[in-house]
Design a binder for this molecule. Structure first.
Ligand code: ATP
Ligand code: MG
Ligand code: MG
Ligand code: MG
Length: 477
C-alpha cells in the first residue's frame, strides 16, 4: 500500500464504524496560552473533554498534523538521529466522546492493523497500565481482558504510570492507556531473544505505533481522582511509523512519505543516501525540518525572533546549517523542497499547495539572510574550538547575536566536537542584552504592519497582490 492509501484506509475504516471524519486543525495554536503548537490529535477536542463545548459527533476520526518541538513534547534532538521521531508528523486518531469505550477501541485497533493493514500478528505487542498503589489505581484488567481476546497473553506487557497513564494537565480528564508496538527485528534476532519482553525504549526496531487512551477519571484540584460519568476514548497513531511497518522498512525515511524529498536532496547534492551516516543524518534532518517549517508558515506562523516564530526560525536554521555543512549547499536550497511537499500533501492538507509560493518565498528569504552570516560564524566557531574546550557564554552569545546562531545550534555544533556550552554564561549575556533593549524605543505602528513580525502582533492572513509581492498582515493585539 502507498502512504496515501494507508491514510485513506484509516479514515475509511473509522467512517465505516460510524465516525465523522473531520479536518486537521492548524499546527499553529493561537488562542491557548498553554500550548504553542498542536502536539496531539486531541488538542482540538480539549474543550469537549473538559465538558466546555457541546459534542456534535460522539465518534470522530482524522489525521492531525502535529509538531513536537517545544514544551512537554520536544523531540527535536532525536530527529534525524533516530529514524522515527519527527518534528512534524501526522497523528491518525479516533475518538469517542462518551460513546464507545475500551472494548470497541481495542477490537477496532486490532481489526484495522491485522485485517486491513495485514500486519504480522507475531510482530505486535501491546501494553496496559500496571496500576499505582500510591494513588489507589488498579491495574487495567479491563483492557487486559479485551486484549486477551485477540493477542497471546505473553505479548501483553505492563507499562508504568509515565508511559501508560495519560493526563491532560494538573487537573482534568485522565486515565490509563494501552500502547501498541511493532517489532521489526529480523527473524534471527527475534529468535535469539525469544521470550524476552520489550517495548520501544529497548530496541530501535521495536517502535510504538499507536496509543489508546481511556479517559475514565477526572483529576480534581486536591489531586484526587474522581470517576468520570461519561468515559472517552482518545487515540493517536503515528502515520509515518505505521507506513514504515506496513511497507516493511526499518526507517521512516525509507517509506514513500520521505523518499520524494530525500530523493530530491540526493539529486541536487549529488550525494547518495545510505552511504554515509553523517550525510544521511543531514538528509533526514532537512527532509524532516522542511515539513515543520512549511506547515508552520502555511498555518500562519512566520519565522521571527520571538516565541513560536523563533522556534520555527531555529528549526529552519538548523536545517540550513546541516545542508550547508554536510551536503555542500552553499546557496539557498531548502525552499526548493516546498513544491515537492505541496504535491505530496495535495488532497490531504491543501493549505500547503494553496500557499506554496508564499511559503517558498518566506523560506528563501530566511535562507538568504542566514547564509549571509553562517559561513563566517562557522569559521569563527572552528577557530574558537581549536583553543578552547568549553564554549563560554560570551562566545555563544556572539554567535547568537552577530551570526544568528540559535543556542541549540551552537550546542549541536559543540556536541559534534564533544564539547559543552556554558549555558549559564549565555543566559546572563542574553539577559544583559534584553535589559538594554527593553529600554530602547517602542516601535510606532498603525493597526497593520508589513512583513516583520514582532511581539504583540498576531498573524491574521496575507494578500497576494502580484505573483511577486505579498503583504503580510498583522493585527496589533
Ligand atoms: P514515543 O514514546 O515514541 O516518543 P509518545 O509516547 O511520546 O511516542 P504519544 O504521545 O503516545 O507518543 O503519541 C501517539 C503516537 O504518535 C505514538 O504512538 C507515535 O506513533 C506517534 N509519535 C509520537 N511522537 C512522534 C514523533 N515525534 N514523530 C513521529 N511520530 C510520533
Ligand atoms: Mg515521545
Ligand atoms: Mg511512548
Ligand atoms: Mg505513547
Amino acid at each position: 500500500m502507498t502512504s496515501r492509501e494507508i491514510r485513506q484506509a484509516f479514515l475509511d475504516f473509522f467512517k465505516s464504524k460510524g465516525h465523522q471524519i473531520v479536518p486537521s486543525a492548524p499546527v499553529v495554536v493561537k488562542n491557548d496560552p498553554t500550548l504553542m503548537f498542536t502536539n496531539a490529535g486531541m488538542n482540538q477536542f480539549k474543550d469537549l473533554f473538559l465538558g466546555e463545548a457541546p459534542i456534535k459527533f460522539p465518534r470522530v476520526a482524522d489525521t492531525q498534523r502535529c509538531l513536537r518541538v517545544s514544551g512537554k513534547h520536544n523531540d527535536l534532538e532525536e530527529v534525524g538521529i533516530d529514524t522515527y521521531h519527527h518534528t512534524l508528523f501526522e497523528m491518525l486518531g479516533n475518538w469517542s466522546f462518551g460513546d464507545y469505550f475500551k472494548k470497541e477501541a481495542i477490537a477496532w485497533a486490532w481489526e484495522l492493523l491485522t485485517e486491513v493493514y495485514k500486519l504480522d500478528k507475531d510482530r505486535l505487542y501491546v501494553t496496559i497500565f500496571e496500576g499505582d498503589a500510591s494513588e489507589g489505581l488498579d491495574r487495567d484488567m479491563e483492557a487486559f481482558d479485551f486484549w486477551k481476546q485477540w493477542i497471546a497473553e505473553d505479548r501483553i506487557l505492563l507499562g508504568n504510570k509515565k508511559d501508560n497513564f495519560w493526563e491532560m494537565g494538573e487537573t482534568g480528564p485522565c486515565g490509563p492507556c494501552s500502547e501498541i508496538h511493532f517489532d521489526m527485528r529480523s527473524a534471527d534476532e527475534r529468535a535469539q531473544v525469544a521470550g524476552q519482553s520489550l517495548v520501544n525504549a529497548d530496541h530501535p526496531q521495536v517502535i510504538e505505533i499507536w496509543n489508546l487512551v481511556f479517559m475514565q477519571f477526572n483529576r480534581l484540584k486536591d489531586g484526587s481522582l474522581q470517576s468520570l460519568p461519561a468515559k472517552h476514548v482518545d487515540t493517536g497513531m503515528g502515520f509515518e511509523r505505521l507506513v514504515r511497518c506496513i511497507q516493511g522498512k526499518t526507517s521512516n525515511y525509507d517509506t514513500d512519505v520521505f523518499t520524494p524529498t530525500i530523493g530530491f536532496i540526493a539529486d541536487k547534492s549529488g550525494i547518495k543516501y545510505g552511504l554515509d551516516e553523517k550525510t544521511d543524518i543531514a538528509m533526514r534532518v532537512v527532509s524532516d525540518h522542511i515539513r515543520a517549517v512549511s506547515f508552520a508558515i502555511a498555518d500562519g506562523q512566520l519565522p521571527s525572533n520571538n516565541k513560536a516564530g523563533y522556534v520555527i526560525r531555529r528549526i529552519l536554521r538548523r536545517a540550513v546549517r546541516y545542508a550547508y555543512t554536510f551536503l555542500g549547499f552553499k546557496t539557498p536550497f531548502i525552499h526548493e523542497l516546498v513544491p515537492v511537499l505541496a504535491a505530496q500533501f495535495s488532497g490531504v492538507f491543501d493549505e500547503l499547495i494553496q500557499q506554496q509560493d508564499f511559503v517558498q518565498k518566506v523560506i528563501l528569504e530566511e535562507e538568504v539572510s542566514f547564509l549571509r552570516t553562517l559561513s563566517t560564524g562557522v569559521q569563527r566557531f572552528e577557530n574558537y574550538v581549536e583553543d578552547n574546550s568549553v564554549i563560554n557564554g560570551d562566545f555563544a552569545f556572539e554567535l547568537y547575536d552577530t551570526y544568528g546562531f540559535p543556542i541549540d545550534l551552537t550546542e549541536l555544533l559543540a556536541r559534534e566536537k564533544g564539547l559543552s556550552v556554558d549555558m549559564e554564561g549565555f543566559k546572563q549575556a542574553l539577559q544583559v542584552q534584553k535589559d538594554r533593549s527593553r529600554a530602547a524605543t517602542a516601535i510606532d505602528t498603525g493597526d497593520w504592519i508589513l512583513v516583520n513580525e514582532d511581539e504583540g502582533f498576531e498573524f491574521v492572513g496575507y494578500d497576494t497582490l502580484t505573483a511577486k509581492t505579498e503583504i503580510v498582515k498583522y493585527r496589533k493585539v
